[in-house]
Write a protein that binds this ligand. Structure first.
Ligand code: ADP
Ligand code: MG
Length: 579
């Protein structure tokens, strides 16, 4: 369809209003245009948090030279014709407003070449006025460069936040669209440095690894679409298992027919599914995609198209809740149905996938766990998982192989991995401390000079600020060396230099700050935890088990491995032929 200005009767029915609030809104509109135009590669660049420059490059079908000017008219679109098209919108855009709104508040340069045309076009607008319009050689596709946003609106400019904050919004947006469209290759450059890349494999799981890192991705449970029944609503995606949670709901991503929307109903349905599974006030990470026939959902309710209205909202609610519950139940069976525990196999599948992806997987699930599963004794996580997930009171009996703690509970014997258990304790403690007054820090007598290798990148301001929440005092010392003046108190008595190198060596550095912080937390927990092979006194072990009992998820370590195995009294009786 070619671009044309919408007839008055259609234009007047469109939810209009200001859509450009900040750099991220520009990126949203441009990325949506690229997706609508069938791009396979979308590259987003920003300078100074997008305040100075935003550029979106695609390899889509381009804009025919005869239509380039029209594209910047208000209500000019190629995506909508008649009024009744409004009731079945299948594209992300339809209002024909974005390009004109963006051009009105910035300097825009468009370079495009349409499929089937020999030369492309360059068009430059300043404050909505065309200042250049000429034929221009270009690759097929479209490049839109938006500079100096709000240059003509000082009042608006004042409302923009710091570069780091605006950049975070842009980055969040790009990662969301990457998760919404796993088939597309996305890349994000911030001030010339690639900060995010999605490979476009078509697998949402792969994008989760790119966005959140391998450790978190291991904790994501797949929502398997329920193909039975004749519901027209399909729900798919991933939700985090209870070992991973966040202090804000920002990580609940909901997509309706490929559109990123904020929908209270869907969010509520997801939260409901976690009822009693997550500690109070904590939120899961989730990417939930709802697909339903376009005429079942009205997308024309909000100017920024970030809200939708469902024709049958209770059906959507029920479908999302059921799908989320299903994913949780499948992987974390409740006591009554332990015989088919899929917890371990699913974990292995994910591990295998991660290995294929070349991601770092942390320690292997452990032959012992496998062995034990084969003989039908299950990791304690799969069995007797009470509603609160709490451990029963355990009595420590002794240590085995300087690696495991043997304990007795009301329902049998427990074998606890001392390192994994301590990791869990420390991980939760660090999270609480970081959310509160910060982690306790220990000043070094001699500052430590740490040189980072080529694989490690330069720490950004955000990383440095993040490190101070952990109790580090790190400052750049020129080139790729850093001066460490203080470290988290937990590292006392350990090899601090090695710990520091490990932390600076996180692959997550290239990814999002959230993913990186999660890795640092896990890494510190790992460094601070009692090692396998160290002798523990009875008192040490009692203290550790008591602390483990107090954690919210005592049965897994932060890497997702079991912290303990449980052999029920019943099983012991059976094995010894007493029954
Ligand atoms: P809308 O997306 O609502 O149609 P826009 O103002 O965002 O309105 O874009 C106007 C028109 O310009 C679109 O309908 C489309 O035809 C064309 N267009 C915009 N961006 C691109 C792009 N990246 N590739 C191809 N065509 C584009
Ligand atoms: Mg658009």
């Amino acid at each position: 369809m070619s671009i044309r200005v919408l007839p008055e009767e259609v234009a007047s029915r469109i939810a209009a209003g200001e859509v450009i609030e900040r750099p991220a809104s520009v990126v949203k509109e441009l990325v949506e245009n690229s997706i609508d135009a069938a791009a396979s590669n979308i590259k987003v660049e920003m300078r100074q948090g997008g305040k100075r420059l935003i550029r979106v490059i695609d390899d889509a079908h381009g804009i025919p030279s005869a239509e380039v000017l029209l594209a910047f008219e208000r209500y000019a679109t190629s995506k909508l014709g008649a009024v009744n098209d409004l009731s079945r919108i299948a594209t992300l855009g339809f209002r024909g407003e974005a390009l004109s709104s963006i051009a009105a508040v910035s300097h825009v340069t468009l370079v495009t070449r349409a499929k089937g045309e020999e030369v492309g076009t360059l068009l430059r607008l300043e404050g909505g006025k065309v200042v250049r319009h000429e034929p221009h050689g270009a690759a097929r596709g479209t490049i839109v460069t938006v500079e100096n946003i709000f240059y003509n609106m000082p009042a608006r400019q004042k409302f923009l936040r710091s570069e780091a904050t605006e950049a975070r919004h842009v980055s969040e947006l790009v990662t969301c669209y990457a998760m919404a469209y796993p088939r597309l290759r996305f890349s994000l450059l911030r001030d010339g440095r690639t900060t995010f890349q999605a490979k476009g494999t078509g697998e949402l799981y792969d994008v989760l690894v790119d966005v959140y890192g391998a450790e978190i991705a291991q904790h994501m449970l797949e929502i398997v679409a329920d193909s039975r029944g004749k519901s027209t609503i399909s729900v798919s995606g991933f939700v985090s298992d209870p070992a991973v949670h966040r202090s804000t709901g920002r990580h609940l991503l909901t997509l309706v027919n490929g559109r990123w929307v904020r929908d209270r109903l869907i969010n509520y349905a997801i939260r409901e599914a976690y009822h009693t599974v997550l500690p109070r006030g904590r939120h899961p990470i989730a990417v939930v995609q709802v697909v339903l026939p376009p005429d079942q959902v009205d997308v024309n309710v909000h100017p920024a198209k970030s809200e939708v209205r469902f024709r049958n909202s209770s059906e959507v609610f029920a479908a999302v809740q059921k799908a989320t519950r299903g994913a949780l139940a499948r992987e974390m069976p409740v006591p009554r149905e332990p015989s088919r525990a899929t917890w371990l196999p699913a974990f292995e599948t994910r591990q295998r996938r991660l290995v294929e992806l070349g991601g770092r997987t942390g320690p292997r699930p452990g032959e012992l766990a496998l062995e034990v599963q084969r003989s039908a004794v299950q990791p304690a996580a799969a069995v007797e998982r009470s509603a609160s997930g709490k451990l029963p009171m355990l009595r420590v009996l002794g240590q085995l192989g300087r690696t495991y703690i043997i304990a007795e509970g009301p329902t049998g014997m427990y074998l606890i991995d001392q390192h994994a258990a301590h990791e869990r304790v420390l991980y939760e403690r660090f999270q609480t401390e970081r959310a509160g007054s910060g982690m306790s820090s220990q000043k070094l007598l001699e500052p430590l000079v740490v040189e980072v290798g080529p694989r490690q990148r330069v720490l950004s301001e955000e990383h440095l600020a993040g490190l101070s929440d952990f109790g580090f005092d790190v400052e750049p010392f020129g080139g790729d060396t850093y001066l460490v003046r203080a470290v988290p108190a937990i590292l006392q008595g350990t090899d601090q230099e090695q710990a520091m190198i490990d932390i600076l060596d996180q692959e997550g550095m290239a990814g999002t700050v959230q993913a990186w912080e999660e890795k640092v937390t896990i890494n510190l927990a790992c460094h601070g935890a009692t090692k396998a092979g160290s002798t523990l006194t009875m008192q040490d072990m009692q203290e550790l088990v008591r602390q483990l009992e107090e954690t919210s998820l005592p049965r897994t370590c932060p890497h997702g491995r079991p912290t303990m195995l449980h052999v029920s009294a019943e099983r012991l009786e059976r094995e010894f032929g007493r029954k």
